[in-house]
Design a protein around this ligand. Structure first.
Ligand SMILES: [Zn+2]
Length: 349
């Protein structure tokens, strides 16, 4: 195995965007290294399965599992069919993505978030049993989150009525308490409507889970609420619940936290990008072999045209989603496919 210096340059470049903290940059770069190494090991293992010896080189954008000699490559030419080529090519991103999924499963087993699938991509937490989904579950239970207002924030003329409405006498006032009060003495007329609407638009920060709601929750949601419970008489602030729950589901060690996030991110995101039908990515090679298998007359030309089209689309998508690095890379790959196509068709520019 060899690691080309260019690999570290690119790994550092990607990792530097993650954080200014050198420890976190190191954690992310280590994850890039581990994930890409596993990718190339996947290719190398598949080569071996086909009877071809190979070694792994990590360079610029990723790596290569290289057959040890052309003769061994050619020597097995007959057995090295399109099917075997697809197998060898798919094993790289396949093993890489499976390793990321295994890490996610492991993290779920110990009740931790991966910090990427939901936190960065926005996949609904419940789909992957991400423990940060507990917050959504609490949020979705009707009436579990109520805004509260301080009676002192209201004008003098309303305060007296509000004090009566404040059944638990905590100087705070909830919509629930107001509704109870209104239904008991039809006091709606005492409130100045535009003012009340203005109060309702107050900061959403002031949300809390009423103590009475505790009995409606079980399991992880109840545990998350109890974690933020400051004891008798005090409010369970929603901001406390969020903060303390996030703290409890994250990996405490910063380096490990960044490593796991990076490993999942590179494994899933780059693993998937690598399967796009663009040369010289694995997906480009697989597409060519699929064209060959389908019996298309000009399989290589067709795969190059597809590579150009998909490269441009992926480039535009990269820019659209503000991933400059990805966007520029795909435009370069599309252009390089275009040049190859021109050469193959005997036109030189
Ligand atoms: Zn590969």
């Amino acid at each position: 195995m060899r690691v080309h210096p260019g690999f570290w340059a690119i790994a550092a470049l990607i990792s530097l965007q993650v954080s200014p903290d050198p420890l976190l940059v190191l954690g992310f770069a280590a994850a890039v290294f581990a994930s890409i190494l596993i990718h190339e090991m996947g290719h190398a293992l598949a080569f071996r399965k086909c009877g071809i010896r190979s070694h792994v080189v990590l360079y610029h954008f990723g790596g290569l599992a290289v057959p040890d000699s052309i003769s061994s490559y050619v020597g097995y030419g007959k057995e090295y069919s399109s099917g075997s080529k697809i197998f060898v090519t798919a094993m790289g991103p396949g093993v890489q993505m499976v390793s990321a999924i295994l890490l996610i499963v492991l993290l779920r087993g110990v009740g931790k978030t991966d910090g990427f699938v939901t936190a960065v991509v926005g996949v609904p937490a419940n789909w992957t049993a991400d423990p940060i989904g507990v917050l959504e579950n609490i949020d979705q239970v009707n009436g579990s989150l109520l805004p509260y207002y301080s009676i002192e924030e209201f004008p003098q003329r309303n305060q007296k009525a509000l004090q009566v409405a404040d059944t638990n006498q905590d100087g705070l006032f909830t919509l629930e308490e107001l509704v109870d009060y209104e239904s008991s003495i039809n006091a709606a007329g005492q409130f100045d409507q535009p003012f009340w609407e203005k109060v309702q638009k107050l900061s959403k920060e002031n949300e809390y889970v009423p103590r009475e709601m505790l009995e409606h929750f079980t399991g992880k949601a109840a545990a998350a609420l109890q974690l933020a419970d400051r004891g008798a008489g005090k409010l369970i602030l929603w901001s406390d619940v969020k903060e303390l729950h996030m703290e409890s589901v994250q990996i405490r060690n910063e380096f490990l936290r960044m490593f796991t996030r990076g490993f999942v991110q590179i494994g899933l995101f780059w693993g998937l990008l690598n399967l796009l039908p663009v040369y010289p990515l694995d997906g480009g090679q697989i597409t060519r072999e699929l064209f060959v298998l389908s019996g298309a007359s000009d399989a290589i030309v067709k795969s190059l045209k597809l590579s150009i089209a998909c490269g441009v689309i992926a480039g535009l998508a990269g820019l659209r989603f503000q991933m400059m690095f990805v966007g520029i890379m795909f435009f370069m790959l599309a252009y390089s496919s275009y040049q190859t196509l021109q050469r193959m068709q005997g036109r030189y520019f």
